[in-house]
Ligand binder design. Structure first.
Ligand SMILES: [Zn+2]
Length: 258
């Protein structure tokens, strides 16, 4: 028996995509333009489901528009291509601020002491939050500027994929025991290497923010996998292969001949 949700999804996946929405994607999401046609079609289907199923809220005076919803959705759905997906089931709400916002946070200042402070954020999500929070200007900039290894939307949604695995350890849901072993070995070693380089002040292709913890490492390498695939494959081939296996995409191959 097919559920109501399943029927609704199937209808959304196959209904015609609005031309004005496609224009928004072509204008704002260069990642989309690099995809093969079959992936483009799959992505547009996912966008229709994603936009319809999530609750969208503008915060800090931001009035939500189709451009905001579609630009965010198209990026988030790149991570769902070719995979058996339930559309980020933990994310019920997407909260969008016009720009960086101030959040109150508790942070450890060492010695078991926690301090409450305010910090400016561009995006945020948490395992129990049920939401993703994004600054619209950063989400748009991260998308339009392709190839710098930074993409806020991919970063925050990669955290959600991590949460679909066990805990927040930088390991998403994988298919086989063999994959888990290989993932732990390769990503563990790459994470430790980035930490060592960061401590020593040595430059790395990867953003040093990935040395924060294994969860941030996975989010950061996801950004690089899609934004700098050729460089990532050249400098970190084993890491590239693990991500290629999980995402079932080979973005470095799409850029051959450029
Ligand atoms: Zn993060």
């Amino acid at each position: 028996m097919i559920s109501l949700k399943g029927r609704r999804r199937r209808r959304l996946l196959t209904s015609a995509f609005r031309p004005d929405w496609r224009e928004i994607i072509e204008r704002n999401v260069p990642l989309f333009l690099r995809l093969p046609d079959s992936d483009k079609a799959e992505l547009l289907g996912h966008v229709q489901v994603f936009v319809a199923e999530k609750i969208w809220e503008g915060c800090g005076g931001l009035e939500l528009t189709d451009e905001i919803r579609i630009t965010i959705a198209a990026q988030a759905c790149v991570l769902l291509l070719h995979r058996d997906s339930d559309y980020y089931p933990r994310v019920k709400v997407i909260l969008v601020y016009p720009s960086s916002y101030v959040a109150t946070d508790e942070r450890s200042i060492g010695g078991g002491i926690w301090e409450e402070g305010e910090e400016h954020r561009l995006g945020h999500t948490q395992q129990q939050l049920g939401a993703i929070v994004l600054a619209w200007d950063a989400a748009l900039h991260g998308s339009r500027v392709y190839g710098d290894g930074q993409n806020l939307v991919l970063h925050e949604f990669a955290h959600q994929l991590d949460f679909e695995g066990w805990g927040t350890d930088g390991t998403p849901m994988l298919d086989t025991r063999q994959q888990y072993l290989s993932w732990a070995r390769v990503l563990g070693a790459e994470y430790e290497a980035l930490r060592r380089m960061d401590d020593a002040g040595e430059p790395s292709l990867l953003n040093a923010y990935g040395a924060t913890n294994p969860a941030e490492f996975f989010a950061v390498v996801t950004e690089f996998f899609f934004e700098k695939p050729v460089e990532l494959r050249a400098k970190h081939p084993a890491l590239y292969d693990e991500l290629k296996g999980f995402y079932r995409q080979d973005p470095a191959d799409l850029t051959v001949g450029e």
